[in-house]
Design a protein around this ligand. Sequence first.
Ligand code: NAD
Length: 300
Amino acid sequence: MMTSPTIGFIGLGAMGWPMAARLAPGHRLFLFDIDVGHAERFAGQVGGVAAHSVAKLAAASDIVITMLPTSREVEAVLTGADGVLEHCRKDLLIIEMSSGAPQQTKLLGLQAADAGCCMIDAPVSGGVPRARTGELSIMVGGSATDIARAEPVLKQMGSTILITGALGSGHAMKALNNLVSATTLLATVEAVLIGRQAGLEPARVVDILNVSTGMSNSSQKKLHQFVLSGAFNSGFSLDLMVKDVNAAMAIVNEHRVYAPISIRCAEIWQEAARVLGPGQDHTAVAKAVEMLGVISVETA
Ligand code: NAD
């Protein structure tokens, strides 16, 4: 009988915590977060062992999953002093599930191979609610052998596993997904603002878009819930969305693609990050548009 792999999970934030919780039944889990309290709380509430260093986690694991803000932190935990690659077992499989930068991921894959490890990129879509229920969409890049090895683990976190090609292609696809998502959110907020000037009530605009061809994930899952309610607490930060849009722009620039809407969209998100400052939810982009346009989109 095959035994389940021991998994080292690095990054127990908004997404990492519920994703690791899906793996707790049936796996030996080692946990690490730079905020030591996260790993200890997880071990106490859900299970697994809080590793006090990345080195200890790497030495104990067959598979290491990273769910970190950006490729910068992934690089630090993999290649830094006392990092995963210095302390891993031979044939370790790294599953990079953060929304990373494709070019950096490809370079990390080469460094992993030099250390005798395998790596795939497997970023996710669906947000915190679908992370909790194990219904994420997972976009997977890497070799067929490595993906086959990861599949049983991925299936515990996601209901849709989508193979995209070579290492880095999952991250490219994820950047494009979020570029579209960032564009529809801006377009929908603008429609509400324009509608208000035309005498239309914001909630009514969203209701009608939701049963018409202007519908999108942004109109259905974000406008009422996080924008018009004034809650601005979707669980996905504005800084992370800007990072994803910038990753898409890096592809545009590298290949000199004609993409005027995407380029303008990226500029507005970057402007929003500047006017709002750090620590904002991504749905607060509506506040930035409001500040820039001086019109309130919140219902009274
Ligand atoms: P988060 O900021 O909530 O969590 C990141 C975690 O990583 C934190 O607990 C932090 O302490 C930890 N961390 C940071 N640097 C570290 C380091 N060097 N070593 C160890 N731990 C470190 O972010 P999140 O919302 O969970 O997002 C994680 C990734 O998933 C991002 O790439 C994001 O773009 C992507 N993503 C997020 C969502 C969402 O809805 N939140 C959805 C899909 C994808």
